[in-house]
Structures are given as structure tokens and as C-alpha cells.
Design a protein around this ligand. Structure first.
Ligand SMILES: NC(=O)c1ccc[n+]([C@@H]2O[C@H](COP(=O)([O-])OP(=O)(O)OC[C@H]3O[C@@H](n4cnc5c(N)ncnc54)[C@H](OP(=O)(O)O)[C@@H]3O)[C@@H](O)[C@H]2O)c1
Length: 245
């Protein structure tokens, strides 16, 4: 039985992943902002598993609250094997372009809050000499595109932070898993028309669960995004700046 903290636990992807860990008999502690949705997610998991250790409400942008939430989680779980960080927002790129305030706010939710949480989590796990940190970033982190570079830049900041953290924590026996999903049909993307490249939170959750259990460093979900992003990453800048993506 593993002890698992999930931050952003009401996210469709996180909730589907939590159900898989609950099936394994793992002990879970949930953290999310919306109290009603958090309770509903916790109630659903409690029906599936006797191992729900507890849940706590947190707006991740209230950085001063992080420490006490992590203390509560570790105490309720009786240890901390895995911390899975899943919260996020998808900014309206066009509105951000006209508003430095909104751009900074989105950066705060998608990058600053996560980096602050990771700083505390890393310290704890390094001290414990074991554990795994898993974070959802995005394929958008791979290259800035005009359609979503505010979101992509925030996810890239987290991704780069995690690359360095992985090197540091390796020596302490702590692993870091970066999860880069493509298009997933969740409340975040409700307004988008869906096509061939889209997948479900349940399918993505199966890949995330496997990646965490196997201790992978970086996964693209679904896997084919690795090849799509390889083409996008290596496209010459002189061509890239001329196309609309
Ligand atoms: N869906 C996609 O296509 C896609 C693709 C690539 C990456 N991702 C990433 O996958 C992760 C999960 O997203 P999802 O698709 O499952 O979307 P989702 O169902 O809309 O979940 C987003 C979650 O983030 C939480 N959140 C937002 N701001 C918060 C704050 N200030 N404090 C605490 N929690 C906050 C939301 O909490 P509330 O319930 O309180 O609103 C919600 O639970 C995100 O990191 C997202 O960027 C998604």
C-alpha cells in the first residue's frame, strides 16, 4: 500500500487517476479548491476504497497555506510515498495578450503555485530519503505557440524546474515524473470542438498510473504526442514563425 497526496484532486484527470490508485488499495489524501467538488470526489473514492486518509481544501495561490496542508496530509497518510500535482487553468490567450494582470495571474496558478508546492515537497521527500513527485505539465510546454504561449510558458517553467529537481533528488532516492498530456476531453477543454487527436481522462489516467508505478521520468499521454512534439520542436525557427499553430 502506497501513501499518496493528490493536489488538484477534483480535476477530471486527477480524479480518474485517484480511482486507479484506490483500486490498488493505496491510501489517499485529496487537496482541491472547490469544497463541494472535493467532498463529492472524496465520497466517490470512499465508496471504492477503505483507504481514504482525508481531504483538505486549498486555493493553491494562497502560498502561505501550503505548509500546513502538506503537514496535515503527511500526518493523515502516515508518510508520503507519492505526491501527484494536477491543478491548472487554461488561460484565454487572446485576453491575456491585452492584460498583463491576467497573464501574471495565470502564470501564478500554472507555474508559481506549483513551483512553491514542489519546493516544500522536495524538502520533505529529500529528508525522508524516498518518494516520488509526479506533475502534470503539458505538450504545450515543448514549444511556445501563438495560440497558447501564456499557458505553454507557465508549463515549461514547471517542466524545467522539475528537470533540475529530478537531478537533485536522484541522489536522495526520490523520483520525479513529468506527465505531458495532449488534448483531453475535460471541463478545462469543454468549449473546444473535439477530433481524432482527443482522448478521455480515463485513458490518460491509465497511462499516468502506469508511469508513476513504473517510476518513469517523462511521459507523453497518449504516447503519440512524443512524435508530434518532436516534429514541432525541431521545426526550423525561420519556418515556425511563419505558420499558425
Ligand atoms: N485537458 C487537457 O487537454 C489538458 C492537456 C494538457 C495538460 N492538462 C493539464 O492537466 C491538469 C488537469 O486538468 P484537467 O484537464 O483535468 O482539467 P479540470 O478538470 O478543469 O481540472 C483543473 C483543476 O485545477 C484546479 N484548480 C484551478 N485553479 C486552482 C487553484 N487556484 N487552486 C486549487 N485548484 C485549482 C481546479 O479546481 P476547481 O475544481 O476548484 O476549479 C480543477 O480541479 C492541469 O494541470 C492541466 O493544465 C490538461
Amino acid at each position: 500500500m502506497r501513501t499518496i497526496l493528490i493536489i488538484g484532486a477534483t480535476s477530471a484527470i486527477a480524479a480518474a487517476t485517484a480511482r486507479l490508485f484506490a483500486q490498488d488499495g493505496d491510501r489517499l489524501f485529496l487537496v482541491a479548491r472547490n469544497e463541494e467538488r472535493l467532498k463529492a470526489t472524496a465520497d466517490d473514492l470512499a465508496v471504492r476504497s477503505r483507504n481514504l486518509a482525508g481531504y483538505r481544501n486549498l486555493d493553491v495561490n494562497v502560498l502561505e497555506a501550503h505548509q500546513s496542508v502538506l503537514e496535515d496530509a503527511e500526518a493523515a497518510l502516515g508518510g508520503l510515498d507519492i505526491a501527484f500535482v494536477a491543478h491548472g487553468t487554461l488561460p484565454d490567450q487572446w485576453r491575456c495578450q491585452g492584460s498583463p494582470e491576467l497573464t501574471v495571474e495565470e502564470f501564478r496558478t500554472n507555474a508559481v503555485s506549483t513551483i512553491a508546492l514542489l519546493t516544500r515537497l522536495a524538502e520533505r521527500m529529500e529528508r525522508n530519503g524516498r518518494g516520488r513527485i509526479a506533475v502534470i505539465t503539458s505538450v504545450a510546454a515543448d514549444r511556445g505557440r501563438q495560440s497558447n504561449y501564456v499557458y505553454g510558458a507557465a508549463k515549461a517553467a514547471v517542466d524545467t524546474f522539475l528537470e533540475g529537481l529530478r537531478q537533485r533528488l536522484y541522489k536522495a532516492g526520490v523520483g520525479v515524473t513529468v506527465i505531458r498530456p495532449g488534448f483531453v476531453d475535460t471541463p478545462m477543454t469543454a468549449a473546444f470542438s473535439k477530433g481524432l487527436l482527443w482522448t478521455t481522462p480515463e485513458a490518460v489516467a491509465r497511462s499516468i498510473h502506469a508511469a508513476i508505478v513504473k517510476g518513469k521520468d517523462v511521459v507523453y499521454v497518449p504516447f503519440f504526442w512524443r512524435w508530434i512534439m518532436l516534429v514541432i520542436r525541431f521545426m526550423p525557427r525561420s519556418l515556425f514563425k511563419r505558420i499558425s499553430l
